[in-house]
Design a protein around this ligand. Structure first.
Ligand code: FES
Length: 631
């Protein structure tokens, strides 16, 4: 029996598609290429994939919709896209608040000077006419000339093997071109050498035009930089939301999606490769660089992103003992991966992983923060706070690492009015006589992002609306010292009876609140991170007082208010001067690895030597976790 299809019109794009009746709106919207937030990957647990049915049969709300949507929202036709199927033609709107188009993405960060030694080098050659008595093959003639003309540092570099010209390798396609190009270019050409291999020949002297791209493929965002490999300088940078977000906000949702269908892994890989191609197109557009002048790429990302990018099934990361399929660094031809807007011979170098949940992004951050260089005996901790918080401790020349499942609260998921750090997100809050807040982009609030949550949680604790156990006090329990304006903001939700604190009203006058449940999510997140730090300290035989510096990495960390993070217990109590925000350290690590082979060697060493701890396996885990729950 042939399946019935209906016409779905998506507004405001006015995009029309035919959708089989057993397809969810979320699947259809994703298929249509329209951006929609689906933090739980369609599992109906995040409540973020809200759409408004403007025309067509309005289905009865499901239990989950009744719990996350207000009566007014339900009446206006709002439903969850992952719970709704079509049984008639339908016109829907995907509102701005359900899109993740603009996210504040951190691209900078602290770095250290790196000596320029890229994996790709260019050499201008003028091949002399060969004497009959000494004539060798054209390729050997080229190698011999390259050997003579290459500068001293290159000749002494074993990776290129230029002291023995014949050791240089070349693909058949290049050898096939060789006689023609030598004739056509009058023996004046530039040889492009990558890791001991002749990868391209170009007419004339192009030695000043040699570029590479560094990428940080994060679960939420992808950041890219186009770098001049002759100077090591940035030419352009850009970023975008990882389109895989539609398949789930965190790595577990993506792994589950990959497991769920025959072609799901291909779908996820295609999504990230398409995004990388878009990033490259944007970098090229904003510079005068041609795609064929890009010869090398480096990539960092967590272990799941590493697998999905390479099309390796990540199922082993989702089940005990949570190991990756491969953890060493990988070099692969860009075109073989489907990355097309670079030189066809371009190499992609993906940095190594440390463990299933400590990926190449952590390796990059370690390099950027120089944690693997024990120039002094200071004790340092680095925490990259995201859905998964990776924590690294350095003691002398030892590195310890663990990952703490902080949950997606800081990225806006599982929080009633949580959202990405994009325009309209409440990013900072202070409670005085009344509630004062700032939004990203200084526009009407749409929701609250991670840094706003930390501020509000800390302020509610300070004024006494939330107690040390995380309980929101009832209005009649509030201290008289709390101003009447603040007291009025504490209300019981009419639908579910849960206490919530009203922060602001959104554009359509709907209240933006922090609920008792949200406070519990915050507690879980901060307890996970604090437990991770404590476990590493114990493993290294240290106390908190021994720590000389706490480096907070990552986009969320960079916008934190230190005092509030300490009050909430997210960051341990220590002098503020010892807390350093180091920005997008993973991305900086990718850039360093692009311009330096030495950094790649260091990356491999870091991945091999870092001691990884599974915190849930440590003897005191349960006790520590419970202790860390209180504020
Ligand atoms: S509730 Fe629909 S994607 Fe999460």
């Amino acid at each position: 029996m042939s399946q019935i299809s209906y016409e779905l019109t998506i507004q405001p794009e006015n995009q029309k598609i035919l959708v089989p009746s057993d397809t969810t709106l979320l699947e259809a919207i994703t298929e249509a290429g329209v951006n929609i937030t689906a933090a739980c990957g369609g599992k109906a647990s995040c409540g973020k994939c809200r759409i408004i049915i403007e025309d067509g049969n309005l289905p009865l709300p499901t239990d989950i919709e009744l719990s996350v949507l207000t009566e007014e929202q339900l009446r206006s036709g709002m439903r969850l896209a992952c719970r709704t199927k079509l049984d008639s033609d339908m016109v829907i709107t995907v509102p701005d608040t359900s899109r993740s188009l603009e996210v504040r993405i951190l691209m900078g960060g602290a770095s250290h000077p790196v000596e320029l030694s890229p994996n790709v080098s260019k050499h201008y050659l003028e091949l002399p006419t060969q004497a009959l008595t000494e004539a060798v093959s054209l390729f050997n003639h080229l190698c011999r000339t390259l050997d003579l003309r290459a500068d001293a540092s290159l000749r002494s570099e074993p990776a290129l093997s230029l002291s023995k010209g014949q050791a240089l390798r070349a693909d058949l396609a290049l050898l096939q071109r060789l006689p023609n190009v030598l004739d056509a270019w009058n023996n004046k050409l530039t040889a492009v050498v990558c890791d001991g291999k002749l990868i391209a020949l170009e007419q004339g002297d192009t030695t000043k035009r040699c570029y590479g791209i560094a990428l940080d493929v994060g679960t939420t965002t992808i950041v890219g930089a186009l770098i001049d490999l002759t100077t090591g300088e940035d030419v352009a940078t850009t970023s975008m939301v990882n389109p895989q977000s539609t398949y789930g906000h965190d790595v577990i949702s993506r792994i589950n999606f990959a497991i769920g269908g025959e072609h799901s892994l291909d779908e996820l890989q295609l999504a990230v490769i398409s995004a990388i191609n878009q990033i490259i197109a944007s970098l090229i557009k904003s510079s005068k660089v041609k795609s064929e002048e890009i010869y090398e790429m480096t990539v960092v990302g967590n272990s799941t992103m590493f697998h999905l990018l390479l099309g390796i099934h990540p199922r082993s990361l989702g089940t005990m003992p949570y190991v990756p399929v491969v953890s060493h660094s990988v070099d692969v031809n860009a075109a073989d991966l489907g990355i097309l807007q670079v030189n066809p011979a371009a190499n992609v170098h993906i940095l190594p992983n440390i463990a299933g949940f400590i990926g190449a992004d952590s390796v990059g951050a370690i390099l950027a923060a120089n944690f693997d260089k024990a120039e002094d005996d200071s004790i340092k901790i680095m925490a990259d706070m995201g859905t998964n918080c990776e924590i690294i401790l350095r003691k002398n020349d030892q590195l310890f690492a663990c990952s703490a499942a902080a949950g997606p609260a800081f990225e806006g998921a599982k929080i009633k009015h949580g959202m990405y750090a994009g325009p309209g997100a409440i990013e900072s809050v202070s409670l005085n006589d009344d509630c004062e807040y700032k939004t990203i982009g200084k526009v009407t609030p749409k929701g609250i992002c991670g840094s706003g949550l930390v501020d509000l949680g800390a302020e509610l604790l300070r004024v006494g609306i939330v107690d040390a156990t995380g309980r929101m006090l009832a209005p009649d329990e509030l201290n008289d010292k709390i101003s009447p304006q603040l007291q009025k903001r504490l209300v019981k939700n009419e639908t579910d009876g849960i206490l919530e604190f009203v922060i602001a009203n959104s554009e359509n006058n709907a209240p933006i609140t922090l609920t008792q449940r949200d406070v519990r999510e915050l507690q879980l997140a901060k307890a996970a991170i604090r437990t991770g730090i404590e476990v590493l300290l114990r493993q290294a035989g240290l106390q908190l007082d021994d720590v000389d510096e706490l480096c907070v990495a990552g986009g969320f960390g960079n916008y934190l208010n230190k005092e509030n993070a300490i009050r909430l217990g997210l960051i341990p109590e220590m002098p503020l001067a010892r807390i350093k925000f180091i920005g997008n350290a993973a991305f900086i690590g990718a850039k360093m690895a692009l311009i330096s082979r030495d950094i790649r060697d260091r990356a491999d060493k870091v991945a091999r030597s870092t001691q990884h701890l599974q915190i849930a396996d440590t003897p005191d885990f349960q006790t520590l976790y419970m202790e860390s729950m209180t504020f």
